[in-house]
Design a protein around this ligand. Structure first.
Ligand code: FAD
Length: 479
C-alpha cells in the first residue's frame, strides 16, 4: 500500500466517512472558481425574498448568525455537510475571545469551560537556530466543536433556519436580491435572499487569495511529555517550529498545541502561492506528516481526530478581486483577509464578526447590499510581502537552509525588541514604526535578505512594498 493510501485510510478510520469525503473534496477543489454562474434568474425587483440573509457555508463564519438574528433579520445557513461541526482545533489569546460573550453566544462561565488549556508561554524555534519564547499569543486552546455547537444552539434559539447537506452551486444577484441554487439530498433547490454571505471557506476564495497554506494534522495522543525539544510540555504552545530545511521546494513548519490532558493538536503546513497548489496536496502532506512526525516529537503517537484544510491568504502585493455584486459578500476564509503571515483566521473572525454583522444590518436598513464587510488591518499591507517570500523560498540545493536562517534572524530580532513588539507582530497589532525597526535590524543580522527581496518581489514589487511602508509610517506619525 502506498503512503498516500495509508494516509487516506487513517483519516477514514480515525475521522469517519464524512471527514474522509471532506478531505477528498478539498483536495479536488483547491483551485475551483469562486462562484459558478449558470443560467440562473435573479429575483424579480420588488419580490419578497425567502430570507434577508443566506449564509452559504456553516463553518466558523456562523459566529455572525446570532448577531444578525438579534437585529431582526430572517437568516438561513446552508452547508454541503453538517452545520457547525468542527474539523479544526483553534487557539487564540484571552482578550480575542471576549466578543463571544459580548455577542451572547456563550456566557463567561461557558467560555471558561471551552478553554481546554492555558499555556505559560509559547515559542517559535528554527532548525539549527534559536528558540524564541513569547507570552500572550495563541495561548488558549479552544474546544472548537463545543464553540461551534454553542453557536448553532444560539442561532437556532434566535430563529435561524439551518439547512445541512445543501451544497450551494450558483448565485445570481439582481438589483434587490440574490438567487441561490444548489443540490440537497432530495434534489436541486433554489431560494432567494436580500444578501448572501459567501462563507464557503477556501473552496470559495479563488481570485481573492494569492497564497494558500495547506495544513494537516489533528489531535494526537501518546506523544512523550517533557521539556526536551522532541517532547511535549503541556504548559507550552509551540507556535512555529522547523526541524529541517527545504524539502520538495517547500519549507515545512510544525505547530503543537497541548489541549485536553495527554492530548496535543499537531499540524504540519507550508506557505505556497495559490496558483501552485494543485489537487491532492492535502493527502500528500498527510503522508509526509506521518513519515516525519517522529523527527519532530517522539512517542507512540496515535491520531484521535484528523483536522486539515487549506487556509487562503492575500499578500496585498496586488489588488484583491472584487465581489461580483455588493449583495454577494465574501466572509471568513472566502474573503482571505486575515494575516498573510500567521494565517490566524480564527483570531481574525473573532475580531470581525461583530462589526461585519453591523455592516450587513446597516446596509439592509438602507435597502442596499453591504459590499465589503471585513475590516482591513494596516499591518497586513506590510506583512504580506514577508509571507510571499516564505511561500517562494530559494530552491538551489546549497540554499536548503536559507529560509530557516532568515526566519531565525527575524525571530531573534523580534525577541530582542521585547515581549510587546514580538507578541504584537504575531497578533497583527504591530505599528509601522516597530515594523521598520524589525526589518532594519533583521537585515543587519542577515544582509542576504536584500538579494532575496529583489529575487522574490522584483524592483517594482519591492518599490510598492517600500511605498506602502512609508505610507503607514507617515500615517502613524500624523496620528
Ligand atoms: C487545520 C487548520 C487549523 C487551524 N487552526 C487555527 C488556529 O489555531 N487559529 C486560527 O486563528 N486559525 C486557525 N485556522 C484557520 C481557521 O480555521 C479558518 O480561518 C476558519 O475556519 C475560517 O472559517 P470559515 O467559516 O470562513 O471557513 P470554514 O470554517 O472552512 O467553513 C467553510 C464551510 O463551508 C462549507 N462549504 C464549502 N463549500 C460549500 C458549498 N459549495 N456549499 C455549501 N457549503 C459549503 C464547508 O463544508 C464548511 O463547513 C486553522 C485552519 C486549518 C485548516
Amino acid at each position: 500500500m502506498s503512503a498516500l493510501d495509508r494516509a487516506r485510510d487513517l483519516v477514514r478510520e480515525r475521522g469517519g466517512a464524512e471527514l474522509a469525503e471532506r478531505l477528498e473534496h478539498l483536495d479536488a477543489r483547491a483551485s475551483a472558481p469562486a462562484v459558478t454562474l449558470g443560467p440562473i434568474r435573479a429575483p424579480d425587483r420588488g419580490a419578497t425574498p425567502d430570507f434577508d440573509v443566506v449564509v452559504a457555508g456553516g463553518g466558523l463564519a456562523t459566529l455572525i448568525v446570532p448577531s444578525l438574528c438579534r437585529a431582526g433579520l430572517r437568516v438561513a445557513v446552508l452547508d454541503r455537510g453538517e452545520i457547525g461541526v468542527s474539523h479544526r482545533e483553534w487557539n487564540a489569546a484571552a482578550h480575542e475571545l471576549e466578543p463571544l460573550v459580548r455577542a451572547g453566544i456563550v456566557s463567561s462561565t461557558e467560555l471558561d469551560a471551552l478553554v481546554l488549556n492555558r499555556y505559560r508561554d509559547g515559542f517559535c524555534r528554527w532548525a539549527g537556530g534559536g528558540t524564541y519564547p513569547v507570552q500572550g499569543v495563541l495561548d488558549h486552546a479552544i474546544d472548537a466543536g463545543g464553540l461551534l455547537a454553542a453557536t448553532r444552539r444560539a442561532s437556532e434559539a434566535l430563529g435561524a433556519t439551518l439547512r445541512p447537506r445543501h451544497e450551494v452551486l450558483g448565485l445570481r444577484a439582481g438589483a434587490s436580491g440574490v438567487t441561490v441554487v444548489g443540490r440537497a439530498a432530495d434534489g436541486p433547490f433554489a431560494l432567494s435572499a436580500r444578501v448572501v454571505i459567501d462563507a464557503r471557506g477556501a473552496a470559495s476564495s479563488a481570485g481573492r487569495a494569492d497564497l494558500l497554506c495547506p495544513t494537516v494534522g489533528g489531535v494526537l495522543e501518546g506523544l512523550a511529555e517533557g521539556d526536551a525539544p522532541d517532547e511535549i510540555d503541556p504548559t507550552v504552545g509551540e507556535i512555529l517550529a522547523t526541524t529541517e530545511g527545504l524539502r520538495d521546494a517547500r519549507q515545512h513548519i510544525w505547530e503543537a498545541f497541548p489541549g485536553r490532558p495527554r492530548q496535543t493538536t499537531v499540524y504540519l503546513f507550508y506557505y505556497a502561492p495559490a496558483a501552485q497548489v494543485g489537487p491532492g496536496v492535502l493527502t500528500a502532506l498527510y503522508a509526509r506528516f506521518f513519515e516525519t512526525l517522529p523527527r519532530y516529537k517522539r512517542g507512540e503517537a496515535r491520531l484521535v481526530k484528523p483536522t486539515f484544510g487549506h487556509i487562503p491568504g492575500w499578500s496585498r502585493l496586488k489588488p484583491q478581486a472584487r465581489s461580483i455584486s455588493p449583495r454577494i459578500v465574501p466572509f471568513g476564509d472566502s474573503a482571505a483577509r486575515h494575516s498573510p503571515l500567521t494565517f490566524c483566521g480564527f483570531g481574525k473572525m473573532l475580531r470581525t464578526f461583530e462589526p461585519a454583522a453591523a455592516r450587513v444590518v446597516d446596509a439592509l436598513n438602507r435597502g442596499e447590499g453591504p459590499g465589503d464587510i471585513t475590516p482591513e488591518e494596516p499591518i497586513h499591507a506590510l506583512t504580506g510581502a514577508l509571507a510571499w517570500m516564505v511561500a517562494r523560498p530559494p530552491v538551489r540545493p546549497d540554499q536548503a537552509d536559507a529560509l530557516n536562517r532568515l526566519l531565525d534572524a527575524a525571530f531573534a530580532t523580534l525577541h530582542s525588541m521585547g515581549p510587546e513588539p514580538y507578541a504584537a507582530l504575531l497578533r497583527d497589532e504591530m505599528g509601522a514604526a516597530d515594523f521598520t525597526r524589525f526589518l532594519h535590524t533583521t537585515s543587519r543580522l542577515r544582509p542576504e535578505v536584500y538579494a532575496e527581496v529583489h529575487r522574490v518581489l522584483g524592483v517594482r514589487g519591492a518599490g510598492r512594498w517600500a511605498a506602502s511602508l512609508a505610507g503607514r509610517l507617515l500615517a502613524q506619525l500624523a496620528a
